[in-house]
Structure formats: C-alpha cells, structure tokens
Design a protein around this ligand. Structure first.
Ligand code: 13P
Length: 254
C-alpha cells in the first residue's frame, strides 16, 4: 500500500520518570530523522510533558493513553484533550480494551472522546477487538463492526483520515498468545472493508490499521509481512528499549 510502517509503544502503567526519560533519549538517538517509519510512544500521563520535551523537534510522536470527553469542568482526576495537546502530544489512545473492560468505558463514551480529540487536532489511535468468548461464538466481525459503527458515529470522512485504528484482540493482550498473522490480517481486511462501506475506498486505504497483542521482536516480521497490517501497537515489549528497537528495525524493512 506504500505506507510507512507505523510503530507505537504503549507503556501502560510502567516505568519510572527516570527510566522513561532514558528510554526517550535512547529512542531519539536512534530513530530521530528516521524517514522509513512513523514511531510513537504512549507514556503515563504524568511523564508526558518531560518526554515531549526530550522528543521535541524529532520525528517521534508522543501519545496520551487516555483523555476525558469534556473540555473542562468538575471531573476530578481526569485530563482533557487540550491539556495533553498543550504539553506536546499529537496522538491519544482511545477505546483500549483495558479502558473498555477494567474501567467499563462504553462505545458512546469512546465516541465522545474521539470527537473531543479531533476537535483540538489530536489524532486518535482508536482500538477495537473481540474477547475470547466473542471469537469462540463466531461473533468477532459482529463485535468489531459494532465497535467501529458506535465509536465512529457522527465523524466526518475528513476526520476519519486523521484516525489510526488498532486491532487488539483482547485474548492476545498481555497473554503471550499472538493472533496468527493470517487471523489478524483477516480482521484487518474486515475493518478496512467496513471503513470502505462507510467512507469509500480512498479513505479506507489511507487509514492506518495497526495490530496489537503480544507483539514481540520474534513475531514482528511475520505480522508486518501481512498485506493489511500497516503497523504494530506494542505493550509489554515496548517498555524495554532493546526489544522495542528490534521491533522498529524489523518493521522498517516493510
Ligand atoms: P501486549 O503487547 O503486552 O500484549 O499489549 C498490547 C497492548 O495492549 C498495546 O496497547
């Protein structure tokens, strides 16, 4: 498809500020001005400002792991889209399965968050994915179609182009079980055809669709070799610099 590989590290609730800063400096040294890939990291919220400073002016983007849908107000403990934008983030993860399942975020709340992000020009990395039960009940496509339909409700074609979609099968996250590359490719293809139905082929082809779920240096190659996989959203293997770098180097070949 002629797109640059797109690699994102989601640190989740890991690392100290010092470790995060060291990581960002090391990443800057090796990936800066790297034109072969698009690369970003998602540090914990309280590290964002410092990490954005380290990566300022270099090609690596910084994403928040979450935002609230409201612009301002009495939402103790929450952070708005414009706040993370102000400290230098360009992207935000939304609809992550840990937010959906542990924090009970609904499709309509995620939809409101996507709209809040887009309203300040913050690019959403919108995660979708089925549970093991869904897959065993052969409801994978139904669940994902629904997550896309509800999550993207009321969003214009122009804004869809700004989105990155991440397919993260819940059963593959943090379990060591990766989806078979062909299995992941099949769902990516389904996601792209759903976007085609709603917004047309050109937009669907331009949207990045990433795979996430137990991505490691050992399986990055076979995942990236799939035609519908445009990049990777890496959890556990992104908190160790060496393994994240190996994944980046592997992906850069595609
Ligand atoms: P793991 O790579 O640890 O399975 O996590 C995937 C993920 O949730 C990335 O957002």
């Amino acid at each position: 498809m002629g797109k640059k590989p797109f690699i994102v590290g989601n640190w989740k609730m890991n690392l100290t500020l010092m470790e995060g800063m060291e990581f960002a400096k090391s990443l800057r040294n090796v990936v800066c001005d790297e034109s072969e890939i698009i690369c970003g990291i998602c540090p914990p919220i309280v590290f964002l400002k410092d990490i954005c400073r380290v990566l300022e002016g270099c090609g690596i983007f910084v994403a928040a792991q979450n935002i609230h849908s409201e612009k301002t107000g009495a939402y103790t403990g929450e952070i708005s889209a414009s706040m993370v934008k102000e400290v230098g983030c360009t992207h935000v993860l939304l609809g992550h399965s840990e937010r959906r399942h542990i924090f009970h975020e609904t499709d309509s709340f995620i939809n409101a968050k996507i709209k809040a992000a887009l309203s300040v020009n913050l690019k959403p990395i919108f995660c979708v994915g089925e549970t093991l039960d869904n897959r065993e009940d052969e409801r994978t496509e139904y669940v994902i179609r629904n997550q896309l339909k509800e999550g993207l409700h009321g969003i214009s074609a122009g804004h869809i182009k700004e989105l990155v979609i991440a397919y993260e099968p819940v059963w593959a996250i943090g379990t060591g079980k990766t989806a078979l590359p062909e299995q992941a490719n099949e769902v990516h293809s389904f996601i792209r055809s759903t976007i085609t139905d709603g917004y047309g082929k050109d937009i669907a082809n331009s949207v990045y669709i990433l795979y996430g779920g137990s991505v490691k240096p050992e399986n990055a190659k076979e995942l990236m070799a799939q035609p519908e996989i445009d990049g990777l959203l890496v959890g556990g293997a992104s908190i160790k610099f060496e393994s994240f770098l190996k994944i980046i180097e592997t992906a850069a070949k595609y």
